[in-house]
Design a protein around this ligand. Structure first.
Ligand code: 0FX
Length: 240
């Protein structure tokens, strides 16, 4: 049995469609989301096909029941006692080992390190284990976090389409990456507070704003003289 852990409904939905398209037995998969994911708790209360899970306190049950755990953007850290006992795979929205961790495409827009998708075995460090498959994506100068993110999701599903069976059968080979770099949630929060006195090239300022522009999310902000919090997004359009 395979446990699919996801806190991202869009990806979960695409994964279920992939299972269907590949005619894989639906009963092979169980689905869970994180116990502290309020939106999914409210939506799936009482559902019989998906349940909340607190991984740290349910390691023994998971080990007993499953041969494979796949994280599709699960926000919990997998404890060492789980990854030692069950094969755990992560589908990650970044091109490891570059910008491992939080919102990789945001940091790739700013620091120009490669972006893309990675499927890898989980080890004790964040987005770090042996790589099963990767697909880079190109960031254009008119992209925002939002447009890059959707290219990355497509790359993730391109990889899953090709490699899901070999992951299920444990018949893939892996490559060990170098250490790369890691960004945490707090690094993203720091980027969001704009310093209006910051000097630099205009191109760097545009990069910062497009890295923080993602649909309706209120990310980049500054405070005006009256202490009001003012949110900033940028709009970029390539001429036809
Ligand atoms: O699920 P996910 O796409 O991915 C995140 C991490 O980036 C990833 O490294 C980790 N493995 C996974 C468990 O969690 O994140 P999300 O659905 O919270 O957000 C998707 C995108 O939306 C994100 O890349 C940037 C954007 N976003 C999201 C929030 C909540 C913002 O720009 N601002 C926000 O406040």
């Amino acid at each position: 049995m395979v446990l699919i852990l996801s806190d991202n409904e869009l990806i979960l939905d695409r994964f279920k469609k992939l299972v269907h398209a590949k005619s894989l037995p639906p009963a092979l998969f169980s689905y869970s989301f994180s116990y502290n994911n309020k939106a999914m708790l409210a939506k799936y209360e009482g559902a019989d096909w998906i349940k909340p899970v607190k991984i740290n306190t349910e390691v023994d049950e998971i080990v007993e029941k499953y041969d494979l755990v796949i994280s599709l953007h699960c926000k919990q850290i997998f404890p060492p006692e789980l990854i030692k006992k069950v094969r755990c795979i992560n589908v990650h929205p970044g091109l490891n080992p570059y910008n491992r961790g939080w919102y990789p495409q945001v940091f790739s827009i700013i620091n120009k390190l490669p972006a893309g998708a990675t499927i890898h075995e989980i080890d004790e460090q964040l987005d770090h284990g042996p790589i099963i498959a990767q697909k880079p994506i190109k960031i254009e100068c008119w992209d925002t976090s939002y447009t890059v993110y959707y290219k990355v999701l497509d790359a993730e599903f391109h990889l899953l389409d090709i490699h899901l069976e070999s992951i299920l059968n444990n018949s893939y080979t892996t490559v060990i990456p170098h250490e790369g770099n890691v960004n945490l949630k707090k690094d993203f929060s720091q980027l969001c507070q704009l310093d209006l006195q910051q000097e630099g090239k205009l191109g760097e300022h545009i990069d910062l704003l497009r890295a923080l522009t993602h649909g309706e999310y209120a990310n980049a902000f500054f405070f005006d003289r009256d202490g009001n919090k003012i949110y900033v997004t940028i709009s970029l359009k390539k001429s036809l």
